[in-house]
Design a protein around this ligand. Structure first.
Ligand code: AGP
Length: 361
């Protein structure tokens, strides 16, 4: 295809892709989840068993990332034991621990991912405390779990999961609140934060023009590193997965400090760095970024909720976030947009990345 054709295709005749439509549906989907699951008296209309001491979350790909985000959140806010597991690893583990006081949560957009369903079958032999979070009613996962939560994201056609993932995250936060309420822990502030999420998403979507500018930068690289700490690390992993599967840029997420322990050597090759700076660990993250800049010349992009970075020399995407939950959903949307815009620039088929299938059986 000649250059003129390429330009025409990209800027004039480009049909909207499913991925783009699905990114833009997210605010309405979360609004629908609020309507369905959060009652006027702030009770949460989902059914989970009583007497739960531990949570095990089992999933693959993006669903695994929402599981990890939830596990961190449950540990820090509910003060309860919570652990995420890759389905494929659990499926391979013959003596995977199954306790009577653990709730086993299986997360899958399709409800037909064979690794996750295999885990459900195996664990169901020993406990009935199984809960499916899925986008697909009457899927195998839905039908075979005792407890069920639907994510109501509508059919997700793009291979890269966007709206299903944010809906899963939201439902998992609702489970965390339900657990807090069962334990009589104060949850009102967190519910208020969750009620704001449709707005967070809308605000993040207004950053698209800025994101296009950074996509231009990223599209020049074969390698990228995403640095984040704490509860934002699984989000960085999700961003890396989204960029990899849509653009094929070799992107890896690292815990910010850990990056200095040898991994930084990848900057000897041409590699872009994307970093999250949030309220926790601000000075620490800035020190790491300074070390990177002092030793290597590389483009870096900072996603931040902090006005204090105004004078920083890197490329900065500021987010006005009122809470960690706000920052988390906003960052997720920005990473989805970044992956999408970069893939478009590289002329990738974003809805059907080469060699990938929607459901891994
Ligand atoms: C995400 O963008 C991927 N296409 C993939 O990782 C996906 O999340 C994974 O295969 C799990 O699918 P599921 O949620 O349908 O089980």
């Amino acid at each position: 295809m000649n250059l003129i054709n390429k330009i025409m295709k990209k800027f004039f005749f480009r049909k909207k892709t499913n991925m783009e439509n699905e990114i833009y549906e997210q605010s309405d989907i979360i609004f629908e989840l609020i309507r369905k699951y959060i009652k006027r008296d702030y009770s949460i209309a989902i059914d989970i068993p009583d007497n739960i001491n531990k949570i095990a979350l089992i999933a693959s790909g993006s669903s695994y990332h929402s599981a990890t985000i939830a596990a961190n959140f449950i540990r820090t806010r509910v003060h309860s034991d919570a652990q995420s597991y890759y389905s494929s690893e659990v499926a391979l583990t013959e003596d995977f621990d199954v306790d009577s006081d653990t709730l086993y949560i299986f997360i899958s957009q399709s409800g037909e991912t064979s690794d996750t369903n295999e885990c459900l079958t195996k664990i169901s032999l020993k406990t009935d405390k199984t809960l499916a979070i899925t986008n697909t009613k009457n899927s195998t996962l839905y039908n075979n779990s005792k407890y069920k939560i639907l994510t109501f994201a509508g059919p997700e056609k793009s291979i890269a999961s966007t709206k299903a993932m944010s809906a899963q995250m939201y439902c998992l936060f609702l489970i965390a609140i339900k657990l807090m309420q069962q334990r009589e822990l104060p949850a009102i502030n967190i519910i208020d934060e969750l009620l704001y999420v449709p707005e967070s998403i809308k605000n993040a979507l207004t950053k698209r023009q800025e994101i296009k500018q950074y996509a231009n930068l990223l599209a020049d690289y074969d390698n990228a590193a995403i640095l984040a700490s704490g509860m934002f690390y699984p989000l960085a992993k999700e961003g890396a997965l989204k960029i990899k599967e849509t653009s094929y840029i070799n992107t890896t997420a690292y815990p910010t400090g850990e990056f200095l322990h040898g991994h930084i050597a990848i900057l000897n090759k041409k590699c872009a760095v994307i970093s999250f700076v949030n309220n926790q660990n601000i000075q620490f993250t800035l020190n790491v970024l300074k070390k990177i800049q002092d030793s290597y010349r590389t483009d870096s992009l900072i996603i931040t909720a902090l006005p204090v970075l105004d004078n920083h020399s890197d490329n900065i995407i500021p987010i006005t976030a009122s809470s960690d939950i706000d920052f988390m959903f906003s960052s997720l949307i920005l990473l989805q947009l970044l992956a999408f815009e970069t893939a478009l620039l590289l002329d990738r088929d974003v809805d059907k990345p080469s060699g990938l299938t929607k459901v891994v059986k």
